[in-house]
Design a protein around this ligand. Structure first.
Ligand code: KG4
Ligand code: ZN
Length: 365
């Protein structure tokens, strides 16, 4: 089965054509347009702006994905859709309502006009199933979703049978990275920027508190964000900077800071990253041991973090565990349509276009 997949839950507009061969998902095309530059100007995502950008990109992105999926063909995108595509998969939640509506209504219209089945996809589950792209993965496994707004642990017996084990009670891991980076004046997404500064620093246990010492499977990152903010307030002078800037001047002035303040900033970022990574690794391995599984799948933007993946591998080796760790290729970590198609191929539950609605607050049942 060949699927046209559509993702439009937030600030990325993406379309892909995917197919299953054995237990692997093959991606024929995956095109993503992002409106991130616009949101950088407003200091964060304004939902109406994101939705407007989705409207602008959705059709060109679908056309490009269809054309790219058939190499050297003279067929038009419409002909490819009619002849080569068996079903349409689309993200129906969670996400921003305006953004979701664009993808869902486009998919419904294509389904109605071309008489193709439609497969609704849960965005967060798809982040985990991104690992099936170009990989043979077997069940059961533990899935860790670490995206901008979500941190969740799940136990999967099969593609259709899963159990939610725990999640964040306040900020998500990605959100903690983003808010700490924003305090320093960095644009969204903050995770990669903190991670880059962290490369020049060293973990210092006295800088930030050890968090979530318990063995439960829930998360909480807002206290860590506050602790990070308190160190920045205590260590960096705000009085000699233009009014109203808070600490946002830091990012543009790192090179001019005194040597010891520069190093402190790098160490603080390394400590933040390491603290987040430590708790994600500890709790996920605890879940894997408790459920007796030998496979862990990471997914979502934060799974692109190299320290996270490295720390998982070090712990598995150090504790002599027989657990395989998968994290998607970088382009499939952040929002993309190929992962939506991957989930749909492994879980092809069709729905009539009439009964499909965008669900911004969709969570796990
Ligand atoms: O999955 P995603 O693209 O969007 C959501 O569905 O939320 O995730 C975006 C999140 C942001 O919080 C971003 O800062 C984080 O992923 N992120 C990273 C890295 N790359 C993206 N966090 C840490 N290290 C990275 N290399
Ligand atoms: Zn996402």
């Amino acid at each position: 089965m060949r699927i046209l997949a559509i993702e439009s839950s937030c600030d990325e507009t993406s379309a892909a054509v995917v197919e299953q061969r054995d237990s692997k998902i093959i991606v024929h095309s995956n095109i993503t347009a992002t409106s991130i530059a616009i949101h950088a100007q407003t200091g964060g995502i304004i939902p109406e702006n994101a939705a407007r950008e989705q409207v602008k990109y959705i059709i060109p992105v679908i056309i490009e994905a269809l054309k790219l999926s058939v190499h050297g063909s003279r067929l038009t995108a419409n002909e490819i859709l009619e002849k080569n595509i068996d079903a349409i998969a689309v993200t129906y939640g969670p996400g921003l309502i305006g953004s979701l509506l664009v993808g869902v209504e486009t998919a419904k219209t294509l389904s109605f006009t071309l008489q193709k089945p439609i497969i609704p996809v849960h965005h967060l589950l798809a982040h985990i199933f991104a690992n099936f792209i170009n990989n043979n993965v077997s069940f059961p496994f533990i899935g860790l979703v670490v995206s901008g707004a979500h941190t969740d642990l799940l136990y999967f017996k099969s593609a259709t049978n899963y159990q939610w084990l725990g999640g964040t009670k306040d900020d998500a891991a990605g959100e903690c990275f983003d808010k700490c980076a924003r305090l320093l004046g960095f644009d969204y997404p903050g995770g990669p920027k903190i991670s880059k500064l962290a490369e020049k620093g060293t973990f210092k246990k006295e800088l930030l508190p050890k968090i979530m010492k318990g063995n439960d499977l829930d998360f909480s990152f807002s206290g860590l964000k506050t602790a990070f903010m308190n160190v920045v307030k205590a260590e960096f002078e705000v009085s000699n900077t233009p009014n109203g800037q808070g600490y946002s001047w830091i990012h543009a002035n790192i090179e001019t800071l005194p040597q010891e303040k520069q190093q402190l900033l790098y160490n603080l970022c390394a400590s933040l990253e390491q603290t987040i990574v430590e708790v994600l690794v500890r709790k996920t391995l605890h879940a894997a041991k408790s459920y007796g599984v030998q496979t862990i799948l990471l997914g979502g933007g934060v799974s692109a973090n190299k320290t996270l993946v490295r720390q998982f591998q070090l712990e598995v080796r150090g504790q002599r565990l027989e657990i395989d760790i998968f994290s998607p290729e970088k382009i499939y970590c952040t929002d993309n349509a190929a992962m939506i198609g991957a989930y749909a191929l492994l879980n092809p539950k069709e729905k009539s276009w009439k009964s499909l609605h965008a669900q911004p607050d969709l969570y796990f049942s």
